[in-house]
Design a protein around this ligand. Structure first.
Ligand code: SF4
Length: 353
């Protein structure tokens, strides 16, 4: 059964308080979909400039399908979770080939595209096609835990949230979803609530119980592991060696300075053997340039950076130019690197290498 009162209260609030975002009110499913892909695990303010740059260069789904993945990764550089970009590219190509360029409005078909999980499918179906599918992102989840007065993040409670959200969703479902997203991002935040101005306050259990910030129980923070790497700066004339990561890893398709993971040991001979195995390079290690730490969401990279030179001349003739390139510093911007590399490039500048 639908909850018409809540529905109306949410829409009234949304009409006045909605955030002005570049992907809203444009009635373009491709743009709605792209925005939801970019917004996964990423703050709105971070996404906006990336979204604008992307749309300027790739205004249509066709333009993405006809593009080159290396160019797309370059535009995505710094946004992280690069598999999102690769999946979106593959999904656009499937839409062009299998659906004549029409993004399917059937949730099952849409959900079967690469990178489209239950949340993106429900959000795009609601926002772009006005279909009623509860979409639950982090903001909506927090608001609903509080609204229902739930503390524990159990599967049972998640199902209760899903069922309750479905009852909010009969009228303008896309805007209902976006209104709860906006409540979560503005007045029902993790450490701040403004219940007096919330359209849900009349029936919000956390508010009625007197201390909304106690809902839900906070996630226990896991210690973030540190992975140790050794990276090398290898020069030939005025160019440096860069390598492309293989497609099937999380940062696949991105470029980097040659680097290998080590066990926290600064063991030069082991380093040399590993590099030889990975890239078929024999090196002389000259000196250490410095050290950087870069944090990803699930681990930290601690990278020791060495100036090295290649010993085996065979390497020059046998290297695959699709995966190994010599570039000048001026050409860095022509390639998509994961962020840790830019810190290494900064070290080169700082140390006048
Ligand atoms: S009434 Fe308060 S706690 Fe409840 S959803 Fe609104 S802002 Fe959050």
């Amino acid at each position: 059964m639908y909850n018409t009162n809540i529905n109306k209260a949410l829409l009234l609030w949304y009409d006045v308080h909605k955030r002005k975002l570049p992907w809203r009110e444009i009635n373009d499913t491709y743009k709605t979909w792209l925005s939801e892909v970019m917004l996964q695990q990423t703050q709105v303010n971070t996404v906006i400039p990336y979204y604008k740059k992307w749309i300027k260069k790739y205004p249509t789904l066709l333009s993405v399908a006809n593009s080159d993945i290396d160019d797309l990764l370059k535009l995505w550089e710094g946004l992280g979770y690069y598999s999102r970009c690769k999946n979106f590219y593959n999904a656009c190509r499937i839409v062009m080939n299998d659906y004549c360029g029409e993004i399917p409005s059937d949730i099952k078909k849409f959900n079967s595209l690469p990178g489209v999980g239950p949340y993106i499918a429900a959000a795009v179906m609601s926002i772009a096609f006005n279909q009623s599918h509860p979409a639950i992102d982090t903001n909506i989840n927090r608001v609903m835990f509080r609204y229902l007065g739930l503390k524990n993040k159990t599967n049972y409670n998640k199902k209760r949230i899903y069922s309750k959200l479905a009852t909010f969703n009969n009228l303008r479902p896309g805007e209902i979803i976006q209104s709860i997203m906006d409540i979560g991002s503005s007045i029902c935040k993790t450490n701040y609530v403004n219940c007096e101005n919330c359209p849900l306050s009349n029936s919000c259990k956390a508010f009625i119980n007197g201390n909304p910030l106690l809902y839900p129980n906070p996630k226990l923070k896991k210690a973030i592991p540190i992975n140790y790497f050794i990276a090398c700066f290898i020069q030939k004339n005025k160019s440096m060696l860069i390598v492309k990561r293989k497609n099937d890893d999380a940062l696949g398709g991105l470029w980097e300075l040659p680097m290998i993971k080590v066990d926290g040991l600064n063991n030069r001979s082991l380093f040399n053997v590993s590099l030889k195995n990975k890239y078929n390079i024999n090196l002389n290690i000259n000196y250490k340039i410095g050290n950087i730490v870069h944090s990803f969401s699930h681990y930290k990279m601690n990278i020791s950076f060495y100036n090295c030179e290649i010993k085996n001349s065979k390497f020059y003739s046998t290297s695959d130019t699709n995966y190994i390139k010599w570039i000048t510093r001026k050409e860095i911007n022509n390639y998509a690197f994961h962020k840790a590399n830019h810190k290494l490039f900064d070290l080169l500048e700082k140390n006048n290498v």
